[in-house]
Design a protein around this ligand. Sequence first.
Ligand SMILES: [Zn+2]
Ligand SMILES: [Zn+2]
Length: 307
Amino acid sequence: MRPTAFARPGRFYRGNLHTHSNLSDGVLDPAEVCRRYRAEGYDFIALTDHFIGEYGYPIVDTVPYRDDGFTTILGAELHSGAMENGELWHILAVGLPADFAPANAPGFNPVAGQETGPEIAARARAAGAFVAIAHPQWSGLTLADARSLAAAHAVEVYNHGCATGADRADGFHTLDLLLSEGRDLTLVATDDAHFNEPDHFGGWVMVKAEENTPEALLTALKDGAFYSTQGPAFNDLRVEGDTVHVESSAVAAVIVQGQGSAAQALHGDSLTRAKVPLTRAADSPWLRVTLIDRAGRRAWSNPIQRG
Ligand SMILES: [Zn+2]
Ligand SMILES: [Zn+2]
């Protein structure tokens, strides 16, 4: 069994799905944000400014910054309704139409009568977006909150800005609990860059597509044809019987995780081909794989559903 990212034709395109500009609370203008990502070797970004009234509900037009080697997907970070802790929802929506209707969300505090988080997420998904639960640990998201976001395609498991600014980058706890409840979700690593601190070029997705166009990338994202990384590369991944086969850039550990506490690690100095026995994960309904290089940088496969 080979996940779609490694089975389908095409090549991997590097992209950041969560980015801000000075059209909300970021520092740089959209042209400069795109220029910096392009110069760093990215193939695409989604500029996802805060979709609130204070900033005029921006869905930034990044079409002028596309060229032969770089593209953009329109998007926004959506806000409406309160989480269980009383704070405003943060929901990543990549692939929104430019005329996506605003919520009644004037600022960063919830107001009475506005759409709930699950409602605006469902509206975004229906409008064609790839929807992710943003930075669960940073938000103080509860499991009940996460469960309620039925429209989510993915959980943001690593947010580089939340790592550098708050040391609260994690979304894996939320993801693994939802997977164990039977949810079919993917995972994304992002920057959430504002360029006001070293919050950029730290976490990204590698999306398998036949061409670097917004349409092809968005379809691949919804299909789960990608992996997430801070640097290490997956070259191949497959499950054969009770063994996970991984081909990768040189890493120091390959770890397979499954339901509950199930995990199996293989350690080495510069592993590029690993065979990891499933052991306690043999009966898990889902698996995922983590690579860790000698610098401590990680890469994460999407969950593999075994049903
Ligand atoms: Zn946010
Ligand atoms: Zn953000």
